[in-house]
Design a protein around this ligand. Structure first.
Ligand code: HEC
Length: 127
């Protein structure tokens, strides 16, 4: 006996919905959704960078950048609209002055990607 038309449509619609859901899941696994990538970037920044690059007194990174640019550029990393992802990544992997380089066992390539996206996005969102 043939299935009624509506029943066949239901099956088709269900199959399509499942296909969409599984594609979405796959995409989420391979390239993290933008929000979770930034969320991860914020975590990495808090763990590895905030101790020197936050605001407030006694922050070695913020102080050094204040001295370096003398107010011509923001001393706070998260306000630097001029820095690109690759530039930030270069400093993280190579270090500069008292800032040590970070190894891949500390900050993986994926975490570095999330971190630079977080710094660049945060800076651009600020006025
Ligand atoms: C031990 C403290 C310390 C930590 C931790 C640290 N930094 Fe730094 N960072 C500095 C100092 C100090 C400078 C300025 C060096 C100089 O005088 O040129 C600097 C410079 C930089 C610069 C270059 C900015 C410029 O215009 O010259 C970038 C980019 C940077 N840091 C990013 C990061 C990121 C991202 C992290 C976290 C992964 C991080 N730093 C962790 C201390 C630190």
């Amino acid at each position: 006996m043939k299935q009624p038309r509506s029943r066949r449509f239901e099956t088709l619609a269900m199959g399509t919905a499942l296909a969409i859901v599984s594609t979405a899941t796959l995409a989420a696994e391979t390239t993290a959704a933008p929000s979770s990538r930034l969320e991860r970037g914020r975590e990495v920044f808090t763990t590895w960078c905030a101790t020197c690059h936050s605001s407030g007194p006694g922050m070695p990174g913020t102080q050094a950048l204040q001295a370096k640019y003398d107010g011509k550029l923001p001393a706070l990393l998260l306000e630097r609209k001029d820095l690109t992802g690759p530039q930030i990544a270069f400093f993280v992997r190579n270090g500069v002055s008292v800032m040590a380089q970070f190894r891949k066992t500390e900050i993986s390539d994926a975490d570095l990607d999330a971190l630079t996206a977080y710094v660049v996005t945060t800076a651009r969102r600020r006025r």
